[in-house]
Design a protein. Structure first.
Length: 127
């Protein structure tokens, strides 16, 4: 295994955006680079979620939703925890996080019956 020195990386420019301002490499920066994330966007979302005036349980739930960390049947099937990836409620589509929270017939009914019925229509939420 060959090691690459920080000076070598800086000179080639290939991984320079994965280095901190002090020239140190951090896994977090490399991870964000691989995912195409802007560190400022990640920090902004994190700050908005954790500054909400609500319970820790709800903040954690929102953080998991924002980062795709909720276990749904689509993920369970990928991990071989189940053979079926269908939504257990409507049984008509693959259960993804967005399906469970927005697109499922039961979720749609819930949102229509609440004060914030147009939330998902007005928001740009993507899969």
């Amino acid at each position: 295994m060959s090691l690459c020195l920080v000076d070598d990386i800086k000179n080639t420019g290939g991984f320079s955006r994965q280095l901190s301002k002090l020239g140190s490499y951090y896994v977090k920066i490399g991870y964000e680079t691989l995912l195409g994330l802007d560190g400022n966007q990640v920090n902004s979302l994190w700050k908005r979620i954790w500054s909400l005036s609500t319970t820790q349980r709800i903040r954690l739930f929102l953080w998991k939703v924002a980062h795709g960390k909720l276990m749904c049947n689509e993920e369970r099937k990928k991990m071989h925890f189940t053979n079926a990836n269908a939504c257990p409620v409507c049984k008509s589509q693959v259960e993804t996080v967005i399906h469970a929270l927005r697109d499922c017939s039961m979720a749609k009914k819930f949102w229509q019956d609440t004060v914030i019925a147009n939330f998902f229509v007005a928001s740009e939420i993507r899969d």
